[in-house]
Design a protein around this ligand. Structure first.
Ligand code: SME
Length: 152
């Protein structure tokens, strides 16, 4: 992916947000990310509810068994605790990793902040090793900042 492609994807997400029925914004954005980026093999949003992360909209070939993750557990729970983006280039060598799909090789988790609080996160699995770089992190952090207004 080149810089320009991330830029145009960002524009398209803005468009999707402005044109979608409010109830479908998260699902439509997730689906766009999944369709647009080949290396994004599974894309989902987890929402913070109390001391857990609850799976919201997602798109991928398979459903995950991890629909409720305690904050602090797994890569997802870790990112929700620290508020920092986690990029894991090789999931098999990360002890925190909670396995969802046997095909997953790498993962990125981007917290969604609103009014100084972590309210959720974008979680993306890739079947490619080392699929995510700084550009993905910057791009997805921008998307998280756009989606935070649509999570209640
Ligand atoms: N791998 C995540 C769990 C969520 S699935 O990837 C959809 C983790 O380690 O927290």
């Amino acid at each position: 992916m080149r810089f320009l492609e991330y830029n145009s994807a960002e524009q398209e997400i803005k468009d999707i947000i402005s044109k979608s029925n409010p109830k479908e914004i998260l699902q439509n954005c997730i689906e766009f990310l999944y369709e647009e980026f080949r290396k994004y093999s599974w894309v989902g949003i987890y929402i913070v509810k109390g001391s857990n992360l609850i799976l919201g909209p997602w798109k991928g070939k398979h459903a995950t068994e991890h629909t409720k993750i305690p904050i602090g557990k797994g890569i997802c729970g870790y990112a929700a605790k620290t508020g920092k983006t986690e990029v894991v280039s090789d999931v098999s060598s990360d002890k925190r990793y909670l396995s969802c799909f046997p095909s997953t090789r790498s993962e990125i988790v981007v917290p969604i902040w609103k009014n100084g609080k972590i309210i959720g996160e974008i979680d993306i699995d890739s079947d490619m090793p080392d699929a995510f770089d700084r550009q993905d992190a910057i791009f997805l952090e921008k998307i998280a900042d756009m989606l935070n207004k649509h999570i209640y």
